[in-house]
Write a protein that binds this ligand. Sequence first.
Ligand SMILES: C[S@@+](CC[C@H](N)C(=O)[O-])C[C@H]1O[C@@H](n2cnc3c(N)ncnc32)[C@H](O)[C@@H]1O
Length: 388
Amino acid sequence: MHALPEFTEDQSQINRDLVQLLAARIEQQGPMRFSEYMHRCLYEPGLGYYVNGLSKIGVDGDFITAPEMSGDFARCVANQCQEVLALSGGDILEFGGGTGRLAIDVLQALELAGALPDRYFLLDVSGDLQHAQQQLIAAELPVHLADRVQWVGNFVQDFSGVVLANELFDAFPVDQFTVQEGVAHVRSVDWNGSEFVYSSAADANVAAYVSAVEKNISQRLPDGYVSEFCSVLHPWWQSLSDSLICGAVLVCDYGCDRASYYTHARSSGTLRCFFRHGVHDNALICQGIQDITADVDFTALAEAATSCGFDLEGYNTLAQFMLSLGALDRHNDAVQKMDEVDRYKATGKLKQLLLPEEMGERFMVAGFSKNIVPALRGFSTGDLSRLL
Ligand SMILES: C[S@@+](CC[C@H](N)C(=O)[O-])C[C@H]1O[C@@H](n2cnc3c(N)ncnc32)[C@H](O)[C@@H]1O
């Protein structure tokens, strides 16, 4: 790992306070399961990464996402929304809206297409990001579009329409396990008086989960293998199912199918930490000031969704999804009036979204439906659902 950039005063203060709090909790109650540690590092009120008021997303933050990269992503998503809304009617509900960029660009694209929904709901657990969304939307959207945006604190009851989740699930806390003498043990975080260290213990539920994974991929995981799984997918999909009358859900995130997720080559898991656009895998440092994230096991995601009453409509790479939705033509229309330099820069950003080694194949898109039968155009030129 390269040396990390110096912390600012604010970052140092937040990190010190959170370390103190986590260490005290461990001293009182013993090692903390990794999922709880990750949850607290990200969401501890006032101190967690997503709720402490420091910049996170974009050039001044720690990482950049597809909607922040360029409007190309939103234009394709809008096109897919338009197709679904024509079938289901209703509105758009975006989970984890980040800076609000996707909401802005989708609403503008839908207005151009004459297909605006009445409401665009935003639901974010981060009060900071909700505030950032409100500011950006007020600054960039004309009043007649901004008025359609509503912030909600919970799943919208009796919702119909399109649900969007871009890089939502990679921010869900994961449990970690390590295989010892053929059995998966749960990993926890301990405090040795001066730093956080990992500990592990036998856990029947974790062992059963990993055994089921091994059966599913027809492979035993070797001793020393470390990886993650997310145990809060099912409750999330159940809450969505309980509140959704009909519509489609589009999930975009980095991740892969289960067999690729738990391949022997990934023997130290998928956990990554982002700090000032640098990436490393040490979650036991920089508490509160670095993002902690894990790849999405899209098989687990699809299992959770289908067990809660959703149908899987398609699964493909971000690049194929966008190309199926006319990314190139849309891009050409959007850059038509730009001068040569801006056009060159805009095309560079589209390349980052589409090229396999950039985001094009590291990000996957899955589409689900409930009580409608959409033939989602985003999966019309290819569908890898059978991998899940
Ligand atoms: C990695 S950021 C992605 C932001 C944005 N979607 C983008 O692509 O730029 C994760 C977002 O999900 C939000 N989030 C995390 N867990 C959530 C949950 N359970 N419900 C709603 N939002 C959540 C975070 O606050 C943050 O806005």
